[in-house]
Design a protein around this ligand. Structure first.
Ligand SMILES: Nc1ncnc2c1ncn2[C@@H]1O[C@H](COP(=O)(O)OP(=O)(O)O)[C@@H](O)[C@H]1O
Ligand SMILES: [Mg+2]
Length: 290
């Protein structure tokens, strides 16, 4: 499913004052297959934007359009249940939203809610599949209370509850916030694993520039409710000045690229660690011939 918003605007409450708009004329297309980053300072509108994508925030009249595959979110007849089965949304700190008595019931909720016609046998298959996909042992965790689990396990259960319907688009709002470096690495590996299987498109909200530089095909920079830049990580991070104007940091790889340049090594890299290492290795190899 391709995701397209056109001139999307939004104000919390009734205020029409331009100053109070959380989103202003946001036009963005994310193609099927992308691993798309959404970056920007706190309060820049990232969460407001992604919450529109599954209709959690309803499109207001004369406030633009949102089309996701065959779903037109501005239409009265838009089937939001069907949309939510196909576009999964992982909120910030999703573990806080676990509520059921058992892990099984929590994960099954997503199916029962969005695909009510599913048989109990099929629900069981889907829950097992989802828990195993996120790296949990089905038999060991299914009857536990979600509250008995560790922080990292809780987050996995929460993700399982979203991917249980096998959504083809997965939207995640600050998914690695609060995870330690190891937890973060494992989580990113899980996202790539999902992206290789049924999840075709990932939209990742993050203020971690390293994460975006390493993983995203493209990203959009939000500032004061508007998109101020869209492009590949290379396009975005090579324009350091305008990025800093929006109050964002650069990824570590951008600083390293500059340091290498000062040392006479040009890294035509894509702002990934891999790209930098290749540039250094090739410099070492050429250096030997000089
Ligand atoms: N529930 C809310 N009620 C009123 N204003 C809100 C609400 N949520 C967010 N805002 C405001 O909307 C703007 C965008 O916020 P948000 O989308 O949460 O940004 P981000 O996710 O980039 O931090 C901010 O000015 C914020 O204060
Ligand atoms: Mg936010």
């Amino acid at each position: 499913m391709r995701i397209e918003t056109e001139k999307l605007s939004y104000a919390y409450g009734e205020s029409k004052a331009l100053m109070n708009l959380a989103l202003k004329d946001v036009t963005l297309t994310v193609e099927e297959g992308e691993f798309f980053g959404i970056i920007g300072q706190t309060g820049s509108g990232k969460t407001t934007f992604v919450q529109h994508l599954n209709g959690l925030i309803k499109l207001k009249k004369n406030s633009g359009s949102i089309k996701i595959g065959e779903f037109d979110l501005g239409e009265k007849k838009c089937d939001f249940k069907k949309l939510r089965a196909r576009l999964g949304m992982v909120f910030q700190y999703p573990e806080y939203q676990l509520f059921a008595e058992t892990v099984f019931e929590d994960v099954a909720f997503g199916v029962k809610n969005f695909m009510p016609e599913t048989s109990p046998e099929q629900v069981e298959v889907m829950v097992k599949d989802a828990l195993e996909t996120v790296g949990l042992n089905y038999l060991k965790v299914k009857d536990k209370s979600p509250f008995e689990l560790s922080g990292g396990q809780k987050r996995r259960v929460a993700i399982a509850g979203v991917i249980v319907t096998k959504p083809e688009v997965l939207v995640l709002d600050e998914p690695v916030a609060g995870l330690d470096p190891q937890g973060k690495r494992e989580f990113i590996a899980l996202l790539h694993k999902l992206h290789k299987s049924f999840v075709k498109t990932i939209i990742l909200v993050s203020h971690d520039m390293d994460l975006v530089a390493e993983n995203c095909t493209r990203a959009a920079v939000f500032s004061h409710g508007q998109i101020v830049a869209v492009g590949t990580p290379k396009e975005i991070f090579s324009n350091a000045e305008s990025l800093e104007q929006t109050g964002l940091d650069l990824p570590l790889t951008a600083y390293l690229t500059n340091m290498l340049k000062q040392a006479g090594i040009t890294a035509e890299n894509d702002y990934t660690v891999d790209g930098l290492i290749k540039a250094i290795v090739s410099e070492i190899n050429c250096g030997g011939e000089r």
